[in-house]
Design a binder for this molecule. Structure first.
Ligand SMILES: [Fe+2]
Length: 278
């Protein structure tokens, strides 16, 4: 097994509209993606791969995917996307032809990133906000995980398989999480389940595995944990996730960092040339 760390950047929920349109009449999602791409391009260490975990377009339309492709053309890193509830499998397949596991239907993919397997799972359900992993996807996941049991694997899908506590999002999470869980529990090489959809960072355990929600580059779902308000969003500090795998005993170690999008003061040295704190 390789002794090099592997860095996987995850960005999520881009919601690209046609040029000149704002999401919900308020959020410039294209400008938000441009800032995100600029941060990724400058980031050190250079990520080995970027996963876009769903809701790439907003409506969706072919025009939105063409605009998205133009915006992503400046990203200097290899990337792949999975559909969210705002996406269309057919439009995405046409816009981003790739080595999908199936010639039609769900856009699942296995990507090798150094010593890691990235398994991208399509949890979208046509014209529905909730998520579901269909039978072919579940079978493909189980067989793919069984095919190279020695390689650590990260799973990516749009819909969280757990309730985050935000009432109007919880009813549109992954509805068949129990079937997903049963597969994960059969394969100890799964180190992480990484999702999106809620536009804000969260962490829990699912199927005995750390399970994350990635923040968005644009707006965040309001953190309403007691049904106080109508479904709402806030424009909070944008961020992405960096999942770094370090080789080691067994399947190694995975650490997820949240990285703010933008440019910030620093880095500044802690210590002077005499070795003393500045
Ligand atoms: Fe979504």
């Amino acid at each position: 097994m390789s002794s090099k760390p592997v860095h996987i950047a995850q960005i999520s929920d881009l919601h690209i509209k046609p040029p000149g349109s704002l999401a919900y009449g308020r959020v410039d999602t294209a400008q938000a993606l441009e800032r995100c791409v600029a941060t990724l391009n400058e980031f050190s260490p250079v990520p080995d791969f970027v996963v876009i975990s769903g809701d790439l377009a907003d409506t969706p339309t072919a025009e939105e995917y063409q605009y998205l492709k133009r915006l992503l053309a400046s990203l200097k890193l290899p990337f792949a996307g999975i559909p969210g509830n705002h996406d269309s499998r057919e439009l995405m397949r046409a816009a981003f032809p790739s080595a999908y596991a199936f010639a039609s239907g769900p856009l699942n993919q296995r990507i090798e990133a150094g010593a890691l397997d990235l398994l991208l799972l399509d949890s979208s359900v046509h014209r529905k906000p909730h998520g579901d992993l269909d039978e072919p996807t579940l079978r493909w996941l189980d067989a793919t995980l069984a095919s190279s049991p020695e390689r650590p694997a990260l799973l990516f899908l749009h819909h969280p398989p757990f309730k985050a506590g935000i009432w109007h999002m919880d009813r549109q999470n992954l509805l068949n999480a129990a079937e997903f869980e049963a597969i994960i529990r059969r394969h100890p090489r799964v180190l992480l389940v990484a999702t999106g959809h809620i536009h804000r960072a969260a962490l829990t355990m699912f199927a005995g595995v750390p399970t994350t929600i990635c923040p968005a580059p644009n707006h965040a779902v309001d953190l309403d944990l007691a049904q106080f308000r109508e479904p709402s969003f806030k424009v909070e500090p944008p961020a992405f996730h960096l999942h770094t795998w370090f080789p080691g005993e067994g399947f190694g170690t995975l650490v997820t960092h949240q990285v703010p999008i933008g440019t910030f003061d620093g880095p500044h040295r802690f210590f002077g040339s005499n070795g003393k704190l500045l």
